[in-house]
Design a protein around this ligand. Structure first.
Ligand code: GLN
Length: 537
């Protein structure tokens, strides 16, 4: 038995209130007060993981070191806490049911009828306590996805009720995040949606301990009193969460409102030590006081939904702060680009990032963009599919292999410069079968990547099936596209670059997943630095 304390974060009224940011901000404050904290996300949908979801559904699929394909909130957790998450930090209804059904098939329920209560709820509680039982954490924060009142959230709310009953109010608390809307016509903030949402929670037997209320206007004392009275909490437990200029302001705002203090009080933990936010605030000050601006083009096929590239845009913010530069993103739809209009659409950019992706939609646009920045000495970072497009572009336009392509895009290719990986050839299922998670990569000294990492052995996260075809390596290298990062075990090429270009780097892995506020990713920092130099020309 260990003394891990549990904090649950539920959401009411509407989705998109930012439960992930509130959870991450609270965790940050507790961490900087000296507690060891982790955050977990429970997603009520039936997919086993978001790996098979189109980014338009839920935004980016985030990948952990241990190769879990997860919700993008885990990216926020890592960026705020600066510690890695794992498969245990993201659980879906699909995964819960899958393990209960597997147990049933093995006969583990000994002839019992398998039911939502207790079998599904027990499995949910197990998944929550797996993190606590490691003994690594003083506090586990569990964010329940979705909105209270949804049919699919019910088993989760019931699991929370049971855990509170079992562990006691001093070991498990519930923070309910709601919206207090402002009605312009009435000139008033309205508490009724929050009252209703708390009532819904109470119908399931859960009484929130703390309310965090999102609002566009200051919530005054009399409204706080009203919310407290009707929602059965103390006035000091009603915390306002006003709109912030950046998500990275939220830890400070929550500290000001006393969220971490009331949480610690309720959990009967000491709040004597104040959070140490110097490094965090140093980042904020660099972020908010840039001395220059660079404009980076982001070419992708999901640009309509910026959340599809969440980790990339956050990595720009971290790297921008490191260079004390504002990074302005020009969103460019890959399908809108052609060799004829590339010069026009990319005019004035200080750098170009070609994004990850799957399938052939928009790839000719990506290739046209790579050609333009290669020929015009504009800094370039290609990530995963973006790197593959750079190899194709070089093969076509420098090596003269006109029909070069990836076997992902066309069959029976004369020049498959990007090829399905050997280990992928017998794979038939789509879910969880890519080359995933952290792999080592050896870096050649005297390269742009070495300059960035200042190390000859790195580990980065992957998510792909196709890979640089080593049959073309000799030709490509001789023509000037160097392979500067290689997986030591498999010989797979992980990075390519053009030494004669100011900054042209393609990486098969995803550096964006490992960029955090306190550890901006070295490759992004170098890329933005190169863009800054370009902007001075
Ligand atoms: N579709 C490519 C592959 O599977 C690239 C994947 C990606 O960009 N994440 O190899």
């Amino acid at each position: 038995m260990n003394n891990t304390k549990y904090v649950f974060v539920t959401g009411g009224v509407t989705s998109s209130l930012g439960k992930g940011i509130i959870a991450a901000s609270l965790a940050k404050l507790l961490q900087e007060r000296g507690y060891s904290v982790t955050i977990q996300k429970l997603d009520p949908y039936i997919n086993i993981d978001p790996g098979t979801l189109n980014p338009y559904e839920h935004g980016e699929c985030y990948v952990t070191d241990d190769g879990a394909e997860t919700d993008l909130d885990l990216g926020h957790y890592e960026r705020f806490l600066n510690i890695p998450t794992s498969q245990a930090n993201n659980v879906t209804t699909g995964r819960i049911y899958q393990s209960v059904i597997n147990k049933e098939r093995k006969g583990e329920f000994l002839g019992k009828t398998v039911q939502i209560i207790p079998h599904i709820t027990d499995e949910i509680k197990n998944r929550i306590q797996i993190l606590g039982n490691t003994g690594d954490y003083d506090i586990v924060i569990t964010e329940i996805g979705g909105t209270v009142g949804d049919i699919e959230s019910l088993p989760y709310v019931e699991a929370v009720r049971q855990m509170q009953w079992e562990l006691g109010d001093n070991n498990a608390i519930v923070i309910h995040l709601t919206l207090v809307p402002y009605l312009a016509a009435a000139g008033e903030l309205k508490t009724k949606p929050t009252q209703h949402s708390v009532k819904t929670l109470m119908q399931s037997g859960v009484s929130p301990n703390i309310l965090v209320c999102r609002s566009e206007h200051e919530i005054n004392d009399s409204i706080k009193r009203k919310l407290a009275l009707f929602c059965n909490v103390k006035k000091q437990d009603v915390i306002q969460s006003l709109d912030a200029e950046t998500i990275y302001d939220v830890p400070n705002l929550m500290f000001k409102e006393g969220l971490d203090r009331v949480v610690l009080e309720k959990l009967e933990l000491s709040s004597e030590k104040q959070p140490e936010l110097e490094a965090w605030n140093e980042f904020l000050s660099r972020h908010k006081n840039p001395k220059s601006t660079v404009e980076i083009g982001l070419v992708g096929k999901y640009v309509e939904l910026h959340d599809s590239y969440k980790s990339i845009t956050e990595a720009f913010i971290h790297a921008g702060a490191a260079n004390q530069t504002k990074v302005k993103v020009r969103w460019i739809h890959s399908e809108s680009l052609t060799p004829e209009n590339a010069a026009n659409k990319l005019q004035g950019l200080n750098g170009l990032l070609v994004a990850p992706g799957f399938g052939d939609r928009g790839i000719e646009g990506k290739i046209a963009a790579v050609q333009y920045v290669r020929e015009n000495n504009i800094p370039f970072l290609g990530i995963c599919l973006g790197m593959q497009m750079a190899v194709i572009e070089y093969s076509r336009n420098v090596l003269g292999l006109e029909k070069a392509n990836s076997t992902e895009m066309a069959k029976g290719l004369q020049h498959p410069v990007i090829n399905l990986m050997e280990e992928q050839k017998d794979v038939t299922e789509k879910g969880g079968t890519m080359r995933l998670g952290a792999w080592d990569c050896e870096i050649t000294k005297d390269s742009k990547v070495y300059e960035a990492y200042k190390s000859d052995l790195i580990s980065e996260r992957h998510r792909h099936r196709y890979e640089y075809n080593n049959d073309y390596k000799e030709q490509l290298e001789a023509a000037g596209l160097k392979s500067t990062g290689i997986n030591p075990k498999t010989g797979l090429v992980e990075t390519v670059e053009i030494p004669t270009h100011p900054w042209f780097v393609g990486v098969q892995y995803h550096p964006e997943y490992k960029s955090t506020v306190l550890n901006p990713h070295p490759l992004f920092v170098s890329f933005i630095k190169a863009a800054l130099q370009q902007s001075k020309k």
